[in-house]
Design a protein around this ligand. Structure first.
Ligand code: ATP
Ligand code: MG
Length: 361
C-alpha cells in the first residue's frame, strides 16, 4: 500500500539513442515501482532535436519551471554537436546542471562477470565536479571559456572556487561514509598550484566534518595508471570536472565500455538528474544496438537516492528489484547487447529485465 506522496519524475529522451534507452529505463523503473508499491508520477517532456523540430526550441519555454516542480528527472543523451547553429538550438546540458545547482556527478563503475571486464572485482565511484573547471559554455558562465587574443594563441580558462570544491567534496565524503569510509582526492596540484591547490585544501576542510572517513591524495596521471593496474584499490574518488570526465570514461573501459557507465547528478537542492555518462551515439541510433544499462542503472540510482532522501522504503525495494533483474539479464549473452559480448538487441535486454522483474516477487 502506498503511504507516501508520489515521486514526480520527468522523462526527457534527449537525442539519437536517447529515444531507445530512455523509454526502456522508464518502462523498467515503472514496473519495479508498481511491484514495490512505490508511487511515481512520470512527467514526459520534450527536449533536444525533436523539440526543436516540433516546437521550435531544443529547450521549449517553461521547461526549467516545470522541471523545478519535480523531485528528479531522467535525461537522455544530448547530441548538441549536430544541432543547427541557430539561437533556438541551445545545448540544454549546462543550463540544467547550473539551474538546479547539480554540482556533483556521481559515476559508479562496477564489473559484472562475462561481459569482457578487464577485472571481475571492480566496484568504485568517481564523483566528478560538474559545474566548474574548463567551461567552454560561454552562454552560461560569463568570464569563463576560451579566448584567442591573437591568431596563433588560445587561452582556456579553468575556474575553481572554494565553495564549488567544498560542495563536491562534501557530497563525495557522504558517499564514502556510506561505503568503505575511504576517499581518494585526484588532482594535479604540482602543476595547477592555485586551482588544484584550492580544490585539495577544500577537500581537507570538508574532511573535518567526516573524521570517520580516511582521505588520500593521488596525482591525476598516477591515478590514470593505477586505475588500469589496480582499480580494486579505490572506492570513492573525487576530482575536478575535466579530470573526472576523462577518468570516468577510462573506468568505463575497464568494465565493458560506455554502455556500462551510469551517472547521477546531485546538488544541494532536492532535485536530482539521472544521466548516463555516454553521449547520444548517432552511429548506432535506430539499429537496436544501444546498451540500455547505463540509462537504466542511472534511473535506478535516482530512485534509490530519492527514496533515501525522502525516507521511502518502497523506493529501496524498487531499486533492489531493478538491481536483481538487471543482473539476471546481464548474465545471459542472449539478453545483452553486442558491446558487452551479447547477441541480443536493446529491446531483447529491456524485455528480459522486465520479465525478470515479473518473475521475482
Ligand atoms: P559526448 O561528446 O556527448 O561525450 P562522444 O563523442 O563521447 O559524445 P558517444 O555518443 O558517447 O560519443 O559515443 C561514443 C561511441 O561509444 C559511440 O560511437 C558508440 O559506438 C559507443 N556507445 C556510446 N554509448 C553507447 C551505448 N549505450 N551502447 C553501445 N554503444 C555505445
Ligand atoms: Mg564522451
Amino acid at each position: 500500500m502506498t503511504t507516501h506522496a508520489p515521486l514526480r519524475i520527468g522523462v526527457l529522451n534527449g537525442d539519437d539513442i536517447g529515444h531507445e534507452i530512455v523509454p526502456a529505463a522508464h518502462a523498467i523503473a515503472d514496473a519495479a515501482a508498481r511491484a514495490s508499491g512505490l508511487a511515481i508520477d512520470w512527467r514526459p517532456m520534450p527536449l533536444g532535436r525533436k523539440a526543436l523540430d516540433e516546437l521550435g526550441h531544443t529547450m521549449p519555454p517553461g521547461t526549467l519551471e516545470a522541471l523545478g516542480t519535480l523531485d528528479g528527472f531522467i535525461l537522455g543523451p544530448i547530441g548538441h554537436q549536430a544541432y543547427p547553429k541557430v539561437p533556438e538550438a541551445i545545448n540544454p546540458h549546462p543550463i540544467l546542471r547550473k539551474s538546479f545547482d547539480l554540482f556533483a556527478n556521481v559515476r559508479p563503475t562496477r564489473s559484472y562477470p562475462g561481459l569482457g571486464c578487464l577485472y571481475d572485482d571492480i566496484d568504485l565511484v568517481i564523483v566528478r565536479e560538474n559545474n566548474e573547471g574548463f567551461q567552454p559554455d560561454r552562454n552560461v558562465v560569463a568570464g569563463s571559456g576560451e579566448f584567442r587574443p591573437t591568431h596563433d594563441t588560445t587561452i582556456s580558462v579553468r575556474v575553481i572556487t572554494r565553495e564549488g570544491s567544498r560542495k563536491v567534496a562534501r557530497a563525495a565524503f557522504e558517499i564514502a561514509r556510506s561505503r568503505k569510509k575511504r576517499l581518494t582526492v585526484v588532482h594535479k596540484n604540482t602543476v595547477f598550484k592555485l586551482g588544484c591547490g584550492m580544490f585539495v585544501e577544500e577537500c581537507y576542510e570538508a574532511g573535518k566534518e567526516f573524521p570517520d572517513v580516511a582521505i588520500e591524495e593521488v596525482i591525476v596521471d598516477t591515478f590514470a595508471m593505477k586505475l588500469v593496474r589496480e582499480p580494486q584499490r579505490f572506492d570513492v574518488v573525487v576530482t575536478t570536472n575535466m579530470f573526472g570526465d576523462i577518468l570516468t570514461d577510462e573506468a568505463a573501459g575497464l568494465v565493458g565500455g560506455l554502455g556500462m557507465a551510469p551517472g547521477l547528478c546531485i546538488g544541494r537542492g532536492e532535485i536530482a538528474m539521472a544521466q548516463a555518462t555516454h553521449g547520444s551515439a548517432p552511429d548506432i541510433a535506430g539499429k537496436g544496438l544501444a546498451n540500455p544499462y547505463a540509462m537504466i542503472e542511472s534511473t535506478r540510482m535516482l530512485i534509490e537516492w530519492l527514496g533515501r532522501r525522502r525516507g521511502i522504503p518502497a523506493a529501496a525495494e524498487a531499486s533492489a528489484r531493478m538491481k536483481a533483474a538487471i543482473e539476471a539479464a546481464l548474465a545471459d549473452p542472449a539478453t545483452r547487447t553486442p558491446d558487452i559480448r551479447g547477441t541480443g538487441t536493446q529491446a531483447d535486454m529491456t524485455r528480459a529485465i522486465l520479465s525478470h522483474l515479473e518473475t521475482r516477487t
